[in-house]
Design a protein around this ligand. Structure first.
Ligand SMILES: Nc1nc2c(ncn2[C@@H]2O[C@H](COP(=O)(O)OP(=O)(O)OP(=O)(O)O)[C@@H](O)[C@H]2O)c(=O)[nH]1
Ligand SMILES: [Mg+2]
Length: 439
């Protein structure tokens, strides 16, 4: 159990109906007793109390006492529900600090829950992802991870891995001779099973990671093609400046929109053209960078220009863009003949042809839409699973059983790190410091 008793506001600051302040640690009840003049709170039941200072009423509160270990952090936890005013909650927090409580660091409640075995690392991360979710799909998938769906699958694989490791270690310990082809065959069958489970899990984790990151769609093209006009239409806001001056947009403008419950990050970029302007040059470099990183690129050209198709194809070829849609804009001036399913002709001015683009964006979100069993995942999970598969493959190729055993130990370590069973303090610090305060 931790030495310090920590306190933080659990709800967002500002004005609201109620605000919840949370205290966790061995001194929780004692501190609350001093504020409210009683400690006989019935566990997990809401109790109405008056908060008074020098016999003067400060607020009416609800106190809920969760004795450890049956609490969110595993320690004694007290929740104090006050009315939602930051001045009020700050007064309460300062009072608790004066009585020996310390202000919680970001993620400290969750870190304690993890250290006390209330959640594994995947579940702790899922809580942060649930709070930060910006789409319904992301929320649902974070809840799946929180429910333990991801962790259970990792544990299942660990069990199977342990099985093989036990068999291999026994062969190392008890056999003076080389292992027989039959024994090696049996091990290979088991390794193949584990590999296919890891691959399936990796596929799910990759989907979960994509969901967490959202789809990034870049709008690129020559100057004055109408890129910023398109961004403004898609976001239904005046996000970017539109003028008839070439090179209006210099920086990358980032906006988020939702399609089918999936978050799309739209990036408007500096128009591609040769220029001596230093600022614009930097902007164009950024455009190229964005093009390389985006999930999909909308290559927009002025369709009324005779070389529109050539311009678009040059951008695609020079930047090796693989996932793209060519947009011939300014259809009101000259309708472009569209032959390819990867081409759309529209006008941001008259909005003609915009439906087609919206359908294309919806299709993109459908292609990456999570299935019912998608759980949220992070890059570190995906990387650990990828490394696990590589170690299994190394083990499969290895004629020496001792080295096979070593590779499988490394797989075990990777899976342990996903769940946080073995984790360096650095990794834990890095993960929990990204949480918000009060979590
Ligand atoms: N006729 C016509 N004009 C358009 C259309 N879309 C944009 N424009 C005009 O084209 C000019 C350039 O539009 P922007 O949206 O600023 O173009 P951009 O691609 O962002 O330009 P840069 O930021 O300079 O690269 C403006 O004068 C717009 O009003 C369209 O569909 N039809
Ligand atoms: Mg622009």
């Amino acid at each position: 159990m931790s030495q310090t008793t920590i306190v933080a506001r659990a709800t967002a600051s500002g004005h609201s109906g109620i605000a919840i302040t949370r205290v966790s640690g061995s001194k929780s009840l004692e501190i609350i007793g001093q504020i409210f003049g009683k400690t006989d709170f019935e566990p997990r039941k809401a109790t109405f109390v008056w908060w008074k200072e020098n016999h003067q009423l400060v607020d009416q509160c609800i106190v809920i006492y969760f004795p450890g270990p049956r609490s969110s952090t595993g320690e004694d936890v007290v929740e104090i529900h006050t009315h939602g005013n930051t001045i009020l909650t700050n007064m309460l927090i300062m009072k608790i600090q004066a009585m020996g409580g310390s202000l919680a660091k970001p993620g400290e409640f969750m870190q304690r829950a993890f250290l006390n075995g209330k959640v594994d690392l995947v579940q702790a991360e899922a809580v942060a992802d649930l709070i930060a979710a910006s789409s319904e799909q992301e929320l649902k998938s974070a809840a799946q991870s929180l429910s333990g769906m991801f962790s259970h699958q990792v544990r299942d694989i660990q069990r199977q891995l342990n099985n093989v490791r036990v068999q291999i270690e026994a062969l190392i310990d008890f056999s003076d001779e080389d292992i027989s082809p039959t024994e090696q065959n049996q091990i290979n069958v088991l390794l193949a099973d584990i590999k296919s489970l890891l691959r399936k899990l990796l596929g799910q984790a990759q989907k979960g990671l994509k969901l967490r990151q959202g789809l990034v769609i870049a709008i690129v093209g020559p100057a004055n093609a109408g890129k910023s006009s398109l961004l403004n239409i898609l976001t239904q806001e005046d996000s970017a400046i539109v003028t008839d001056i070439e090179g209006t947009t210099r920086d990358v403008i980032k906006e988020r929109v939702h399609f089918n419950g999936i978050c799309l990050t739209l990036l408007d970029t500096a128009g591609l053209r040769s220029t001596n302007n230093v600022v614009e040059k930097i902007g164009i470099e950024k455009t190229k960078d964005v093009m390389a990183k985006a999930n999909h690129v909308l290559v927009m050209v002025d369709g009324s220009k005779p070389d529109a198709k050539f311009q678009a194809e040059t951008i695609i070829a020079e930047n090796k863009v693989s996932s793209y849609t060519i947009i011939y804009n300014k259809k009101d001036l000259l309708a472009h003949v569209v032959v390819d399913s990867k081409e759309i002709c529209l006008s941001t001015k008259t909005k003609e042809g915009l439906n087609e683009l919206e359908m294309r964006l919806k299709q993109l979100t459908l292609d990456s839409a999570p299935e019912a069993d998608t759980f949220i995942a992070r890059a570190r999970h995906v990387e650990a699973l990828e490394r696990s598969i590589l170690h299994i493959e190394q083990a499969e190729k290895q004629p020496m059983i001792e080295i096979q055993a070593q590779e499988l130990r490394l797989v075990q370590l990777e899976l342990d790190q996903i769940l946080g069973t073995v984790s360096s303090d650095d990794l834990l610090g890095m993960i929990f410091s990204t949480f918000c305060i009060g979590k």
